[in-house]
Write a protein that binds this ligand. Structure first.
Ligand code: A3P
Length: 286
């Protein structure tokens, strides 16, 4: 199950990626009405898929309760994409998802006015979440040790490539795209203000009651119980529930429970070298 597809030097799980599916994503013809969510894995993709679905559904809740997130907001680069794209409701903007880097998707997007929501998360929390996901997801190899996992993350040689290059690549494209940059931490700390920013960006302003409604249905407790977003519909050969839950903790700063002082220092040194002089104001302290 944990076969590998290497594309443009980056490893992807072969279970749901092929050379053809990855090439299809790179050549995708975006429509100006499309909404594309881009994340590095474990940055809150499923959470944002839920928020964006709720904004776009305008109170029509059937999909939120009945359609899995991967069908509501299919991944461009996965081998199920073409089929799932055909099933999307043509009366609404298409909600699409991708973990691909800017160098792969940028050329196709530069020719469109599609809205791009880029969601980032504190990379230390991404790393911890990804570590547990490698145990849960049978299409990824079991991590040998946390120490090795940190080293691989810092080298950028793990699955889906380098977090640093992903964030820098997409931020580099921001001036040329119709793009909104948001963070997991903003959504956590200021959910209503972040929701308003997102709904304004999509051109779907919400009233206060609609906002309450969205916030309730994208909360961690609600999503943890919802089979169409908590991945409990996935066979155990694909995600093994004995190894944990997809909606694991949903908190900020869990890295503090995992990093040794040495690992933290090493991480900070690499972070500073790669991100330090970009002048970014990101809502996390390293
Ligand atoms: P943790 O493993 O730290 O708990 P992705 O969807 O990109 O794979 O990201 C998964 C991470 O987002 C998991 O992080 C998951 O718990 C968290 N997440 C999902 N829904 C969330 C929500 N409603 N509130 C907070 N965090 C959420």
């Amino acid at each position: 199950m944990d076969s590998v597809e290497v594309f443009k030097g980056i490893r992807f799980p072969g279970f749901m990626h092929t050379q053809e599916s990855l090439r299809t994503a790179c050549g995708f013809q975006f429509q100006d009405t499309d909404v594309l969510l881009v994340t590095f894995p474990k940055s809150g993709t499923t959470w944002m898929q839920q928020v964006l679905s709720l904004i776009l559904c305008k109170g029509h809740l059937w999909p939120i309760h009945n359609v899995p997130n991967w069908e509501r907001a299919p991944w461009l680069e996965q081998n199920s994409f073409v089929k799932l794209l055909g099933n999307l409701d043509p009366s609404q903007p298409r909600l699409l998802t991708s973990h691909l880097g800017a160098e792969a998707l940028g050329p196709a997007l530069l020719h469109s006015k599609a809205r791009v929501v880029y969601m980032a998360r504190n990379p230390k929390d991404v790393l911890v979440s990804f570590y547990y996901f490698h145990k849960l997801a049978k299409f990824l190899p079991d991590p040998s040790s946390f120490e090795d996992f940190v080293a691989e993350f810092l080298e950028g040689t793990g699955f889906f490539g380098s977090w640093f290059e992903h964030v820098k690549g997409w931020l580099g494209l921001e001036p040329d795209l119709n793009m909104l940059f948001v963070t997991y931490e903003e959504l956590h700390q200021a959910p209503r203000a972040t929701l308003q920013k997102l709904s304004d960006f999509l051109g779907y302003p919400l009233g206060p009651e609609e906002e309450d409604f969205v916030l309730e249905h994208c909360s961690f407790p609600f999503m943890s119980q919802s089979s169409v977003v908590n991945y409990s519909l996935v066979p155990k050969e694909v995600m093994d529930p004995s190894q944990g839950r997809f909606l694991r903790k949903g908190v900020m700063g869990d890295w503090k429970e995992h990093f040794s002082p040495e690992q933290n220092e090493k991480f900070n040194t690499v972070y500073q070298a790669k991100m330090g002089n970009l002048g970014l104001h990101l809502p996390w302290t390293m």
